[in-house]
Design a protein around this ligand. Structure first.
Ligand code: PLP
Length: 381
């Protein structure tokens, strides 16, 4: 199968990830932070090593400011619901994933206001509009680094500067960029960073990260066993325990560590350049096909390796079905959990067929996808 659905979950993983998960399950998948025996201590140490690798990747100072979650959705829920209170205002954009928009909309019920800044048709945010929607009670700007529908990269550095100057917190959803684009929480003024482990970081599913800048306090949205302060009936104050209740996904976190190590060893720029090259190549080839409409900014330097298209007025789900069944090509179709993004791009009715490339894709994969698209176009005549 030609896998072009890396924006959903990356596949395959580096060999090191499979080996690390296997080794953990066989040799030390005891319960970390609970028991005092050697296997449990080793599991705890390995988890801590993954925290250190995350620090290296995002220029985070303290490994204890990293909270392990189960996916980006889990991280975004904790960040948004843990931070915002009645009377607060949050700004977001019309290109967001439901994992960010839905927690924000859910908070309307308790009196948290929101502004959804309408992006341009190609998906780019209007920075001036974002600036002018700041109010006295604006506590948070919550945005994705790149759209999961059209790949559009947002000007996060500029937005980070605005947020810092106005004393507003910035939550970045890096679901489509972490592991491929340089993210420096200090230089970019990122206060909270939500990242899935199973996409660009090349880890297993069931892993996610929330980075929390020192000094920011969140309400814990779940309580339970942490292995610390067992004498107390109340959730401990210490971070990350405060937000990490229950047995963690040790094999997943260890696999995530192996994925990040692979990225650091390979070099993030090399990964980005490869994905950028594939994106530029596919955009160029798509341009040559009359019946294909490509959405978004259509420039590999300004978008992550995500390309959304339609073929004439064919239903996007039908196209992805044909690609899978007749050509053995895996893509995603429909609304990609981002209805407002599709309204922005003008694709709410039809949805789009999304091709998303990863580090392990090759030019031949793009050639095969292009040939398949051409064949589908021919069949339409
Ligand atoms: C931009 C964006 N945010 C959030 C998510 C949710 O990620 P997860 O599936 O890890 O919860 C996704 C998933 O595709 C995404 O693309």
């Amino acid at each position: 199968m030609i896998y072009l659905d890396n924006a959903a979950t990356s596949f395959p993983k580096p060999e090191e990830v499979y080996r690390a998960v296997d080794k953990c399950l066989r040799e030390y998948s005891a319960n970390p932070g609970r028991s005092g025996h050697r296997m449990a201590l080793r599991a705890g140490r390995e988890i801590y090593e993954t925290r250190e690798l995350i620090c290296k990747l995002f220029n985070i100072e303290n490994p204890m400011q990293i909270i392990f979650t189960y996916n980006a959705t889990d991280s975004l829920n904790l960040a948004i619901k843990g931070l915002l209170k009645r009377g607060d205002h949050v700004i977001t954009s019309s290109m967001e994933h439901n994992s960010l928009i839905r927690p924000i909309k859910a908070l309307e019920e308790i009196g948290v206001e929101n502004t959804i800044v309408q992006c341009k048709e190609e998906g780019l945010i209007r920075v001036n509009e974002l600036r002018s929607s700041i109010k006295d009670n604006t506590k948070l700007i919550a945005l994705s680094h790149a759209s999961n529908v059209a790949g559009t990269l947002m000007p996060i550095k500029a937005i980070g500067k605005i947020a810092r100057a106005k004393n507003i917190l910035l939550l970045l959803d890096a679901a489509q960029t972490a592991g491929v684009y340089r993210i420096d929480v200090k230089k970019m003024n990122i206060d909270l960073l939500a990242v899935p482990g199973h996409k660009g970081l090349m880890g297993p599913q069931g892993t996610g990260i929330l980075y929390l800048r020192k000094g920011i306090e969140l309400r814990h949205i779940k309580e339970g066993g942490t292995g610390s302060k067992s004498e107390s009936l109340l959730q401990p104050e210490i971070i990350p325990d405060r937000y990490e209740s229950g047995t963690p996904n040790t094999p997943g976190i260890v696999g995530l560590g192996a994925g990040i190590k692979f990225i650091l060893d390979t070099g993030i720029d090399k990964i980005r350049e490869h994905e950028e090259e594939l994106t530029a190549y596919m955009l160029k080839k798509l341009k040559e096909i009359d019946k294909v409409k490509v959405y978004g900014i259509k420039n590999a330097k300004q978008q992550a390796s995500v390309i959304s298209i339609n073929i004439g007025d064919l239903d996007s789900s039908e196209v992805s079905y044909i690609l899978d069944k007749a050509f053995d090509i895996a893509v995603r179709s429909g609304l990609h959990c981002a209805p407002l993004a599709h309204k922005t791009l003008g694709t709410f009715e039809q949805g789009t067929v999304r091709f998303s490339m990863g580090y392990f894709n090759k030019k031949e994969d793009i050639d095969n996808a292009i040939n398949a698209i051409k064949r589908i176009c021919e069949e339409m005549d």
